[in-house]
Design a protein around this ligand. Structure first.
Ligand code: GAR
Length: 200
């Protein structure tokens, strides 16, 4: 069974969608750990309720490489195969990327490469695009720049506010992320868990 490491910083609704997909048998994986860089992230409440292994760290004031070393240690100790960023609002260090090369996924609320970074929904709204959406991609050292795995388009309606648009995108994120994780798992033989690189 593929072991997932979930990294989050906030609400954790994508994490919940992944967990639900596993529960319903739509995603053949196991959540090996849930790690947050924000100790009181709301997403951890659900993780605790579900009895999952939770690691609440505080990234404040810690150098990126040092913090990431702590995260890597937890992922290794939890024997994680695939790292899923779910609203994890931090860039990853070189060391992290190379430790899990080709085994880190992220979901972003826009049709990348448009609107990377923070407030993607607001950026879409301000630019007046008529179609936006969400993207699941591999993670590299850039800001939402890794290669794209899957996207869903969402129409921007005339009556939309930033909130209503964001909510419709989020609904699609919850469908797209578990489905894409399953697709990645299905075509991957996790031959070994090592630092030697990608088996994707
Ligand atoms: C989601 O919209 C996710 O796509 C976005 O943060 C939100 C987290 O919500 N991620 C990014 O913007 C990453 N660049 P959640 O905590 O409810 O899953």
């Amino acid at each position: 069974m593929t072991r997932l490491g979930i990294l989050l910083s906030g609400r954790g609704s994508n994490f919940q969608a992944i967990h639900r997909a596993i529960d319903r048998g739509n995603l053949s994986a196991k959540i090996a750990c849930v790690i947050s860089n924000i100790p009181d992230a709301p997403g951890l409440v659900y993780a605790n309720e579900q009895g999952l292994p939770v690691f609440a760290l505080d990234s404040k004031g810690i150098q990126r490489a040092d913090f990431d070393r702590q995260v890597i240690a937890i992922l290794e100790q939890s024997r994680v195969d695939l790292v899923c960023l779910a609203g994890y609002m931090r860039l990853l260090s070189k060391e992290f990327i190379s430790a899990y090369a080709g085994r880190i996924l992220n979901i972003h609320p826009s049709l990348l490469p448009s609107f990377p970074g923070l407030h993607a929904q607001q950026q879409a709204f301000e630019h007046g695009v008529k179609i936006t959406g969400c993207t699941v991609h591999y993670v590299d050292e850039g800001l939402d720049t890794g290669s794209i795995l899957a996207q869903t388009a969402v129409e921007v309606l005339a009556e939309d506010t930033e909130e209503s648009l964001g909510a419709r995108i989020l609904e699609q994120e919850h469908r797209l992320y578990p489905k894409t994780i399953q697709a990645v798992i299905s075509r991957t033989a996790w031959t070994k868990r090592s630092k030697s690189g990608s088996s994707l």
